[in-house]
Design a protein around this ligand. Structure first.
Ligand SMILES: C[S@@+](CC[C@H](N)C(=O)[O-])C[C@H]1O[C@@H](n2cnc3c(N)ncnc32)[C@H](O)[C@@H]1O
Length: 324
């Protein structure tokens, strides 16, 4: 019986750290951008100013990882790499990958956090608040925001309150699509600089404004859609109840609250991503964690929200929609 037990699942988890390092190295070294244009390894090495042998080892590993293809000694990006790992693509995901590496390098080891039960509130938090984090969140929000814009018709809505809106990714995609919709992004002052850069580049400054401040403290303007895009997992139950009540008070009749989250299943044993993410929140916040649909639904019901439903968006992103 014991002979049937193999090391494979554990070794594949262990190796995933290596494959992640290979991916981050390739993103940092600009490999996918160059391979999009140049296929010959000698020319790639000239362009990247890298020695041939280490570069070839890297490229061959990326082939094994199914991110590149090798034909007649030439290297090509697989379609998935052209779409997500080439900077000029509007689905670019590289900043998100680099943010993960950065945060892992600069946080306490998870075993320390579990032993002490204390979050890492040192320099790492300052790092995360910086531009790199906001860019990473921008990458991360593209796919769910696009799916959301197709899932719900916001044509009868006028004012979106994007609480902790980061780069403004959701506000940009939704106001670009729905003519009557304007948005206010509530964000920390340091982040608002980056938000406005994204709005100038991808959106419309006449339709999106920033409201600088702490979302626990600033007065919310009246609105008919409130959006919490990956916000609740950073906060405790008490803090989330406070925020949802604050929204309810300023939400117009028939208004909506929209929550995107990495939801746990009801016994909190999966899916894998929200379970990993909950550990991540243990490292990075003072009360945050992944929540289940039932938990969030109960808070919303107790406050007075009605018709509460959830829908899968994309990957680990789920949306919860509730009505006033
Ligand atoms: C995980 S990001 C989500 C960004 C965006 N909503 C999205 O879906 O991509 C959380 C954002 O909340 C902001 N944030 C965290 N605490 C905040 C606070 N107390 N007041 C205002 N913004 C805050 C952070 O700066 C960050 O941009």
């Amino acid at each position: 019986m014991d002979n049937e037990i193999t090391i494979e699942p554990i070794s594949s988890i262990t190796t995933s750290l290596w494959t992640f390092r290979v991916l981050t190295a390739a993103v940092k070294l600009n490999v996918f951008n160059v391979v999009e244009q140049i296929q010959d390894v000698k020319k790639i090495s000239d362009e990247l100013k890298l020695e041939l042998d280490p570069l070839e080892r890297l490229l061959n590993t990326l082939v094994a990882m199914e991110l590149l293809e090798k034909k007649a000694n030439l290297y090509f990006n697989k379609p998935i790499s052209s779409k997500f790992l080439v900077k000029s693509s509007n689905a670019y995901y590289g900043d998100f990958i680099l943010m993960n590496e950065e945060s892992d390098n600069s946080t306490k080891a998870l075993d320390e956090v579990i032993k002490t039960g204390l979050p890492d509130t040192g320099d790492n938090r300052k790092e995360l608040a910086r531009v790199g984090f906001t860019r990473a969140m921008h990458n991360n929000a593209q796919a769910p925001a696009r799916v959301l814009s197709k899932l719900i018709d916001f044509n009868d809505k006028n004012h979106l309150l994007d609480i902790g809106g980061g780069s403004g990714a959701f506000s940009i995609i939704l106001t670009n699509k729905f003519e009557n919709l304007k948005a206010t992004v509530i964000e920390q002052p340091a982040v608002c600089i980056t938000t406005l850069e994204y709005v100038k580049r991808e959106g419309n400054l006449d339709k999106i404004e920033t409201l600088e401040g702490d979302y626990f403290k600033v007065e919310f303007p009246s609105h008919d859609i409130a959006l919490f895009g990956q916000i609740l997992h950073s906060n405790s139950v008490e803090q989330n109840n406070l925020l949802l009540k604050k929204v309810y008070e300023k939400l117009e009749e028939n208004g909506l609250v929209i929550i995107t989250e990495f939801l746990l299943n009801e016994d909190k044993t999966g899916p894998l991503f929200p379970t990993l993410f909950s550990l991540n929140m243990l490292k990075q916040t003072k009360g945050g964690r992944s929540y289940t649909f039932s938990e969030i639904k109960t808070w919303l019901e107790n406050i007075g929200f009605k018709n509460i439903e959830k829908q899968h968006l994309v990957g680990p992103h789920t949306v919860i929609i509730a009505h006033k």
